[in-house]
Ligand binder design. Structure first.
Ligand code: SAH
Length: 357
């Protein structure tokens, strides 16, 4: 089988090129063609000899994703892509969302991209559409990177202005820390100065709370923002909606979050999806406040998207919950709903289309 060249770091590529009997500096030229010039075929690499291009074609492949569906929100220009991972149309599908926003009331648009890390998910959070469809496989580093590259490519042909994607969140389908090694390799590729060169300061990783992996991530000191999907501040409620809580309970997660903050100096952000009658009472707000205050953490309140199951209705207490947290000194925001008309919440498009059409 041909090697997936877009998953190789520059130093891995150097080793491969030297092993093929070529000079090491060729690897940097190839890396530039792949990650800066975005070549999709070795034949485009005009500063390499014909013989080397043929050798590369024999041993390596340049993966692509294919756009199976693309929806553009009429409200806010959020663009949602359903990408096929393989060339044949019956293969696995993942979702990528491009969001456009104005920062601090400025005039220029900025773009943020939300990518998937697995085809499916094993975590089975009760309110989430992704888990309901089961788990197929981990994504390769190239398949995470390509969600950005293919989206940038598509926007370039779609619009006269080039879409500059300035930030990235690992918040699409899948649990990033359950695909730890590939995610770390992807982050290193994304931030490589010789490649896409995106600062990891502009990257957030969202996890359902795999505490042992949060500890491993802290050791790497990558400088990204960690978002923890908490959704409840007591174990009983959290275990009802997130089975992973039976493995890593709230105390264990909090201890890993403290460790992450101490080791990296980066404040944690907690996601809290408000569900009517389940986690939205004044007592819930006080529990949450007591839990995260010592961490100086930020809370992002998410209006639950009940399209997957009616059992988890929207809360009517969002404002009161927000006020109660804010008045106890917590740094809290309410997530804006982008692309509401195009099912932009994770897993929804894949769920609507089905895993095999
Ligand atoms: N597995 C990771 C990242 C993917 S989910 C995680 O759990 O964080 C991204 C975020 O969307 C998580 O906070 C998740 O709990 C939330 N989410 C999933 N389904 C949702 C729904 N129906 N409404 C609101 N938020 C949802």
């Amino acid at each position: 089988m041909k090697k997936d060249i877009l998953s190789l770091s520059l130093s891995d590529l150097q080793d491969e090129i030297v092993a093929l009997g070529e000079q090491k500096f060729r690897a940097r030229q190839i890396f530039d063609w792949l990650h800066v010039k975005r070549a999709v075929a070795f034949s485009e690499m005009s500063n390499l000899s014909e013989q080397l291009r043929q050798k590369l074609t024999k041993y390596f492949c340049i993966k692509r994703l294919n756009i199976q569906k693309k929806l553009v929100s009429e409200y806010d220009y959020t663009v949602k892509y359903l990408y096929g991972l393989d060339s044949d149309l019956s293969g696995d599908k993942i979702e990528t969302v491009l969001m456009r926003y104005r920062q601090d009331g400025g005039r220029d648009f900025r773009h943020s991209i939300c990518i998937s890390t697995q085809a499916g998910c094993k975590m089975k959070c009760a309110f989430c559409a992704s888990g309901a469809y089961g788990f197929t496989r981990n994504l390769e580093p190239s398949e995470m990177l390509l969600q950005l590259y293919e989206t940038e490519r598509d926007r370039r042909t779609d619009e006269s202005e080039i879409t500059d994607v300035g930030s990235l969140v690992l918040m699409g389908i899948g649990e990033p820390l359950d695909n730890f090694d590939n995610v770390v390799r992807f982050l290193n590729l994304l931030s490589d100065k010789n490649g896409r060169n995106m600062s990891l300061r502009h990257v957030s990783l969202s996890t359902c709370g795999l505490a042992d992996k949060i500890d491993r991530l802290a050791e790497l000191k990558l400088g990204l923002t960690l978002s923890v999907s908490l959704h409840a501040a007591d174990d009983e409620t959290r275990s009802r909606i997130m089975p992973v809580n039976n493995t890593f309970g709230i105390e264990r997660i909090m201890s890993s979050c403290r460790n992450y903050f101490e080791k990296t100096g980066r404040r944690i952000s907690f996601e809290y999806a408000l569900i009517g009658g389940l986690n939205d009472s004044p007592k819930d707000a006080d529990n949450l406040s007591n839990l995260i205050k010592p961490l100086g953490a930020h809370v992002n309140l998410i209006p639950i998207n009940p399209s997957h199951t009616q059992a988890y209705p929207k809360s009517r207490n969002t404002n009161a919950f927000y006020e109660r947290l804010a008045s106890s000194g917590i740094n809290v925001t309410v997530r804006r709903t982008l692309g509401a008309d195009i099912n932009a919440a994770c897993g929804q498009l894949r769920a609507a289309v089905g895993s095999t059409p």
